[in-house]
Design a protein around this ligand. Sequence first.
Ligand code: UDP
Length: 325
Amino acid sequence: MKILIVGGAGYIGSHMVKSLLAAGHEIVVADNFSTGYRDALVGGQLAELDIANAAALDTLFNTQRIDVVFHFASYIQVGESVNEPGKYYANNLAATLTLLQAMERAGVRRFIFSSTAAVYGDPNYVPIDEAHPKAPINPYGRSKWMVEQILEDFDRAYGLKSVCLRYFNAAGADPDQQLGERHEPETHLIPLILQAASGRRSAITVFGRDYDTPDGTCIRDYVHVADLVAAHALALDYLQAGGASKAFNLGNGQGFSVQQVIDTARQVTGKTINVVDAPRRAGDPPRLVADAGLAHKVLGWQPQFASLDRIVGDAWAWELKHPWH
Ligand code: UDP
């Protein structure tokens, strides 16, 4: 198949490109390199464009016969989305709509979308299943939920079939260590802890020890990037087999506290990791854990790298291999 990967130079997108190339697909990457890296592209054709540019998209779809689009190109910082909502709605919502309209004009009717656990907001119960009310508490989560709703309407009106994959906490790195997580600035817990372990940072800051959890720190469900990528490949099979538009949670169903992640990183790295305590970060729910039963049942997804040791270990190998990032 010929697959367009939007945001293929980013963290999860670059791992996806590598995996789909290995599976023998023809890959076109669309990226504007606003947050991605040219050297994260391991192959495929590059279309350097911004998906806000409808004319550039039309040219792309008119010159390439694309079968399916994977969309990874979003801004992802919750705090920034609160302070700069326009930036989030412009890219994550409006530009995505421009992409969907260009697909419609070109008759491309398969779409796999990176969504997020942030669509649920502060959970009423955990583990969270897909039926949980959608009540996002920040512009980032709202922009993703709005796209999910647009996709329902596009299916009804145009027959666009989509899979929305609601990631919990994406983490880890390519088991071959060719690719890994590189955000600038980095805001995610595991890479920040490992930067403290390698000496690139003096300490990890823990945002809040007064949550209603066993050790007082927030609990999250960390899922390996290689397992996320595997779920996307299964979503592609599902759509190709005529599956209906659907949303799936992707997580391991196991929660780890911030303190447990730090303790695991100390064991895995054997390094001293200094900790500084700070107040809660705005908008952090105390506990986010996935019920991914639907993805297991319908997609046949079985995470292969579910242990936190493995997730942290692969991220650590990447941190050591690429200390300049
Ligand atoms: N966190 C932290 N210190 C940091 C970064 C994150 O204590 O420097 C906490 C954060 O408050 C949350 C958890 O780690 O409870 C995971 O945060 P991350 O930003 O990695 O992902 P999120 O859950 O926001 O998607």
